[in-house]
Design a protein around this ligand. Structure first.
Ligand code: KG4
Ligand code: ZN
Length: 337
């Protein structure tokens, strides 16, 4: 039987509403980005984010229904991101989803944000065969995840400190680039010299774990040293060299995990999956090793509700449902996936 899901995402600075049928047919996908508002502060201001979500969420639900040419009665299930993320921002989505599910007398399903990112892949490629390995790289997460079957995950490695996207944003800020830093650094990578400076990659006990705070400090130290020596900073070279180091660490560990786990499918997910060098390097490395590589279209890499609707479909198929006690969890652990 066909399942039409209205999904809501409000964990950070994007308010998203999507209507997804059977985990793959996108009937509507609307996103209201707050980037311009937070840009003047150099990063996301949680209180401002919550208020913006509140302003737009109901309008976006109306817009999504209009885009899909559906009414509330056509919705079979309401899905919502309930963590991790900014608690005030999450609360707006969770409260709205609960009220909506209650009002239209339809089931509610809470989705872990990382699971949403993973399922952005299935939205575009519902034919992906499991098991597979997934590299999740976003502003808040960096994980190498083994997906045994739908809903069964094993985290092989994660970041010990900053997430990859967070490192992009912090280094960009130090270079005087606007928020969010990832797309800016990616743009400069194309004009800078990625071999101008060799930044270090952390070695850790677990070969699949990441650490980006040392790399960030190395960039900051480099900038300070150059300033003290009164030497001009070549921003594109620093940006390109930094990106080179991040992508190298992500690729090396991912290929090691693919080899050791004898996986023949790789998925890429999260906002940093929009990075052109990362996409190209993983695609090239996978082609050389005969590994199937999938990454979501650009629009579904950064936060959106379509991916939440896709994840909810597979969870609903497995008989999972939430109730009206569902709450927002800023630190929702990976184990709850
Ligand atoms: O998934 P996402 O929208 O939000 C979180 O769940 O965190 O990811 C946002 C992150 C930001 O840190 C942003 O700088 C990064 O994704 N990002 C990129 C690129 N586009 C977005 N990082 C590197 N290269 C990009 N092209
Ligand atoms: Zn995200």
């Amino acid at each position: 039987m066909s399942l039409t899901i209205l999904a809501i995402e409000s964990s950070c600075d994007d308010t998203g509403v999507a209507i997804v049928r059977d985990g793959k047919d996108l009937l509507a996908n609307v996103v209201s980005s707050q980037i311009q508002i937070h840009q003047k502060f150099g990063g996301v201001v949680p209180e401002v984010a919550s208020r913006e979500h509140l302003t737009y969420i109901n309008r976006l639900i109306d817009k999504a229904l209009e885009e899909a040419a559906l009414s509330y009665q056509d919705i079979d299930l309401v899905a919502v991101t309930y963590g991790p993320g900014l608690v005030g921002a999450l609360l707006v989505g969770v409260s709205t989803a609960k009220a909506l599910a209650y009002a239209i007398k339809k089931p509610l399903l809470g989705i872990h944000h990382i699971e949403g990112h993973i399922y952005a892949n299935f939205l575009a490629h519902p034919d992906i065969r499991l098991p597979a390995l997934c590299l999740v790289v976003s502003g808040g997460h960096t994980n190498i995840i083994k997906i045994n079957r739908h809903g069964e995950y094993l985290s092989l490695g994660q970041t010990r400190d900053d997430a990859a996207g967070e490192a992009f944003d912090k280094v960009a800020r130090a270079l005087g680039l606007p928020y969010p830093g990832g797309p800016e650094i990616d743009r400069l990578f194309k004009v800078g010299n990625p071999e101008a400076i060799t930044f270090p990659i952390a070695k850790l006990d677990n070969p699949y774990d990441f650490s980006f705070s040392g790399l960030k400090s190395a960039v900051l130290n480099y900038l300070n040293q150059e300033k003290m020596k009164n030497r001009p900073i070549e921003v594109p070279d620093v940006a390109a060299s930094f990106q080179m180091a991040v992508v190298k660490a992500l690729c090396e560990k991912t290929f090691l995990a693919l080899e050791n786990e004898q996986m023949s499918t790789l998925l890429l997910a999260g906002g940093v999956a929009a990075n052109s060098q990362l996409r190209e390097s993983l695609a090239k490395g996978c082609a050389e090793r005969g590994i199937q590589f999938y990454c979501p279209p650009m629009a579904y890499c950064t936060d959106n509700a379509a991916m939440i609707g896709a994840a909810a479909y597979y969870k609903a198929q497995a008989g999972q449902v939430s109730d009206l006690t569902l709450n927002a969890h800023a630190q929702l652990p990976f184990s709850t996936l």
